[in-house]
Ligand binder design. Structure first.
Ligand code: ATP
Ligand code: MG
Length: 366
């Protein structure tokens, strides 16, 4: 192995349920990949979620947020569980998740939906439609209708009760998410589709105008626009037409879930949340899976692939990221499967054994 040339500090937030099991495996994979690429990681494990509630009474301790802010990237397992489901809002594990996203000022959520050739049968779509799908949804995370003012309930002039929300986007919010999306598309196939409802909504009209303006900074990326109703249809009709999608908070909420269901494998899907500067937050999209926690049954591949996103989008270490991605594919090619992706003729393994298989695949690339 090369002598370490680069050092990064990584905050690990194992969290609850299967979180600690999958984080432990992903940490080993990062450590080994780093050592082969001349990268040294300094890991710091901090409490968050239900386990932090039990320990110190809050879902996101100040020390945890401070450690995260001062590191180069944050890798999170999962948060929550039955035990805390009836807690008051400020004492819910999931509140910690909102707080850390806010604390790290991550406004861009990246969610890939990739149908791997080895798992094409798991897709909800027909083989010929699903084969080769590799979409990245870039969702604006901190603006739009979920946060816009005014909002609330009132009684209208007829005495009827009304609930209302406001879709608000400032140009700077659109510009910064557009830049993340163009940068992301650049690291992929170089095609970006901006999804909006510019035929009806003023916020979308501005969105389309700003994205088109920012495109001038990225002449190497091919930009197209699509209305959200059409995009929802195209995602299930012919998802292969998409490379990178950028869209607002509410459309991204819906489209990223739609895209991930195409793959049919929740235990395989990573995510990244990025800001303008400062550390990104990387986590599997699945939850804490309390039904299988502590039984060595969890699929660690979503977290391992989140670690690959950490390298690619968080540290610009694209070579190291590719090592991990290739190792995951190699492990699947060798037939290793956790229960959630098992099919007859494959080799059923637990979380730890899957991790060991990935480590061997990383090493075999040397
Ligand atoms: P919540 O958001 O309330 O936590 P959820 O729908 O996200 O709920 P998950 O915790 O993701 O729920 O679990 C949904 C189902 O998928 C469970 O049956 C769980 O066991 C399974 N599952 C989730 N993640 C994994 C994984 N990494 N490996 C294996 N099975 C998983
Ligand atoms: Mg869950």
């Amino acid at each position: 192995a090369n002598a370490p040339q680069k050092r990064y500090s990584i905050t690990l937030l194992p969290g609850d349920g299967i979180g600690p099991e999958v984080i432990s495996v992903a940490k080993d994979v990062l450590k080994l990949t780093g050592s082969l690429e001349g990268i040294e990681f300094n890991f710091q494990e901090m409490p968050m979620g239900g386990s932090a509630l039990d320990l110190v009474g809050v879902p996101l301790p100040d020390e945890t947020l401070a450690a995260a802010k001062h590191s180069d990237a944050v890798l999170l397992g999962a948060i929550g569980g039955y035990k805390w489901d009836n807690n008051a809002k400020h004492l819910k594990p999931e509140t910690g998740l909102l707080q850390i996203r806010e604390g790290l000022k991550v406004f861009a959520n990246l969610r890939p939906a990739t149908v791997l050739p080895q798992l094409v049968e798991a897709s909800t779509l027909k083989r010929e439609v699903a084969e080769g799908v590799d979409v990245m949804v870039v969702r604006e995370l901190t603006g739009g209708i979920y946060f816009g003012q005014p909002r609330g309930f009132r009684i209208d002039e007829n005495g009827d009760e009304v609930g209302y929300n406001t879709e608000v986007y400032a140009a700077y919010e659109i510009d910064r998410i557009a830049r993340v999306a163009f940068e992301t598309a650049r690291k992929r196939q170089g095609r970006l589709c901006s999804v909006d409802k510019a035929n009806v909504l003023e916020a979308s009209m501005l969105w389309r105008r700003r994205v088109t303006a920012i495109a001038e900074e990225y002449p190497d990326v091919e930009l197209s626009h699509m209305y959200v109703d059409n995009a929802a249809m195209q995602l299930v009709r012919n998802p292969k037409q998409f490379d990178t999608i950028v869209t607002n908070n509410i459309f991204g909420d819906i489209l990223s879930d739609e895209a991930s269901m195409i793959t049919g494998s929740i235990g395989m899907l990573p995510s990244a949340s990025l800001g303008s500067s400062g550390p990104g937050l990387f986590e599997p999209i699945h939850g804490s899976a309390p039904d299988i926690a502590g039984q060595d049954k969890a699929n660690p591949l979503a977290t391992i692939l989140s670690a690959a996103m950490l390298l690619k989008y968080g540290l610009e270490e694209e070579d190291a990221a590719r090592w991990i991605e290739n190792a995951v594919l190699d492990t699947l090619n060798k037939g290793f499967r956790t229960g959630d992706i098992y099919s007859t003729g494959t080799k059923l393994v637990g979380c730890k054994e899957m991790g060991e298989a990935v480590l061997r695949s990383v090493e075999s690339q040397v």
